[in-house]
Design a protein around this ligand. Sequence first.
Ligand code: PLP
Length: 411
Amino acid sequence: MSYINENFLNLQESYLFSTIAKKVAKYSEQNKDRKIIKLGIGDVTRPIVPACIEAMHKAVDEMGTMEGFRGYGPEQGYEFLRKAIIENDYKKRGIDLEEDEIFVSDGAKCDCGNIVDIFAKDNKVAITDPVYPVYLDTNVMSGRSGKYNSKKGIYENIVYLPVTSENDFKPELPKEKVDMIYLCFPNNPTGTVLTKEELKKWIDYAKENKSIILFDSAYESFITEPNIPHSIYEVKGAKDVAIEFKSYSKNAGFTGIRCAYLVIPKTVKGYTKSEEEVLLNKLWNRRTCTKFNGTSYIVQRAAQACYSKEGQKQIKENINYYLENANIIKEGLEKSGYTVYGGVNSPYIWLKVPNNLTSWEFFDKLLEEVNIVGTPGSGFGPHGEGYFRLTAFGTRENTKEAIERIKNWKK
Ligand code: PLP
């Protein structure tokens, strides 16, 4: 008999994006003449920049020659990309890393999900609420949560750190001891950031409790304010307690190309039950070699091109385009009397739902009355109730039109 991993039965159906898709499909079926503007999911719309396209063409041609053909690459990523990462994303910020501390992959979602493999089942996990759902669900799948409490909308045994307007969307340190802490800044969904001083508190906590910080910095390139760290390793002590996740999805538009990387400094340790120290880098390397055969050569060449002079300039233009969209949304909503968060260091705008509506009630009204699709905050966790997420990843034309519709909307 093949017994299943029963932890999967403990997962809640993720109704969020499928419910949204169903509602939108139904509405558009019944209202074929309406133009629906989608500012819901976090996918990009700008095409891949020429520098990356050229690099991929070149790599494809190389693959068709005897000298240039490449089969299995190094599981951890090609040297040319790992070097470019170290030089551009770290050395320029005063952070020293070695090549074998970087692991190139096919996405931050996979990395965030797979990292749980190297941690024991009985670690206590802390997540912010609301949160990017991957952190929670992958821990449920691997048996680190208790049962789901449907009344409260939370799992037993998971420590939820509320982030709401009351605490400026900045999580407070847990009151109880936790072992694995997920932090994502700039934050999805709230769009907020933490300063070095604010991050330092987490690093001190992790050191004191021998915990690990899993720092998701997928939206790092949207940071515009000068005092916000672009990497957790800019903060003193982080190299002892933090793993960092980076992605080319949102900056270079690689959501369909797929490339990301993970940093595990060789100073980050985990512990055996008998409290012996073990390097997490070593465990992750072992896991990577066994379960992964490397990101495609062509894709890694595209990622490398993100760091060329041309590539950087072209990517910056795309990021500025999305940031300008964010500004249009933020200012437009504020002028219409909404309370708005995020959108300055992030492509996400997080707004307070007006008139005491629930997130889903607001979703329905926005869809039916002005034909705009967003994401209900409650879909990211119980403390997201009463909030709503709009994304700046749409086209300029649609973004402007959406805001005009909202401005003229009699709520
Ligand atoms: N991390 C966060 C916080 C995200 O919002 C997303 C995608 O929406 C990802 C990771 C996934 O990135 P990737 O496309 O590299 O898998």
